[in-house]
Ligand binder design. Structure first.
Ligand SMILES: Cc1ncc(C[n+]2csc(CCOP(=O)(O)OP(=O)(O)O)c2C)c(N)n1
Ligand SMILES: [Mg+2]
Length: 213
């Protein structure tokens, strides 16, 4: 790893923890003491599968099997999420290795436009989460601290709109890298198998160009 204070944070869902990649990443992060934060947004569902199908106990407990410290926070409490994230990033930046955060929240809407959640969950459950809306909660807190919430909301919207505009323009301006670049940084020195694959890929791509002309 680079000897500076850079680190990574990976955001993923409760359903993703069931896939092997998450476990594999945690093995590497733990044994190499990698400066990484695993942030699991547990919104209760992986499409139609409830979290009870992903783990028999709370997801955060899984991290201890990898010897990675875990923090379980109320994901609808913005300040708790911020505090846990800062703590985990500080650990990563100061050489204390990986951490796992489970932010417990709820998916209010359907997973996608083709999903109909009424087939697999009660409306009462959805209703009970409405009052726990994170924005509502932070607004109530700021109000109680004497802030002008209307003004803050308007300022935040202006900033968010400008940022979204900047992100869209940035994304549209991205030029795709040449596909062949995927062979470049696999090994630090030349490798026969990679060179063979590069040659195969070039021939394959050229066959398309020939077919198109
Ligand atoms: C036990 C089990 N349930 C479900 C899946 C499949 N699965 C993995 S991720 C996913 C959907 C995404 O869910 P999640 O990671 O919770 O992300 P979300 O969209 O809820 O943020 C599904 C259906 C699985 N592999 N194993
Ligand atoms: Mg989920």
């Amino acid at each position: 790893f680079k000897q500076d204070d850079s680190c990574s944070i990976a955001y993923f869902g409760d359903g993703a923890t069931t896939e092997g990649d998450v476990s594999e990443a945690m093995v590497f992060a733990s044994t190499y003491n990698a400066p990484v934060v695993f942030f699991c947004q547990n919104n209760g569902y992986a499409i139609s599968e409830p979290t009870s199908v992903q783990a028999k106990h709370v997801l955060a407990r899984r991290a201890s099997g990898f010897d990675i410290p875990a923090y379980r926070v109320d994901g609808n409490d913005i300040l708790a999420v911020l505090a846990a994230t800062r703590l985990a990033l500080h650990r990563a930046r100061t050489g204390h290795g990986p951490s796992f955060i489970e932010a417990v929240t709820y998916r209010m809407g359907p997973h996608t436009t083709t999903d109909d959640p009424s087939r697999y969950r009660d409306n009462d459950e959805v209703e009970s989460w409405k009052e726990r809306d994170p924005m509502l909660r932070v607004e109530r807190f700021l109000e109680s601290e004497g802030f002008d919430v209307e003004q803050l909301r308007a300022d935040a919207k202006t900033k968010a709109d400008a940022l979204a505009k900047q992100l869209r323009a940035g994304a549209i301006a991205i030029q795709p890298d040449p596909a062949e670049q995927m062979f470049d940084n696999v090994y630090s020195s030349p490798h026969a198998r990679i060179e063979r694959q590069r040659a195969e890929y070039k021939a394959f791509a050229a066959s398309y160009e020939k077919a198109a002309s």
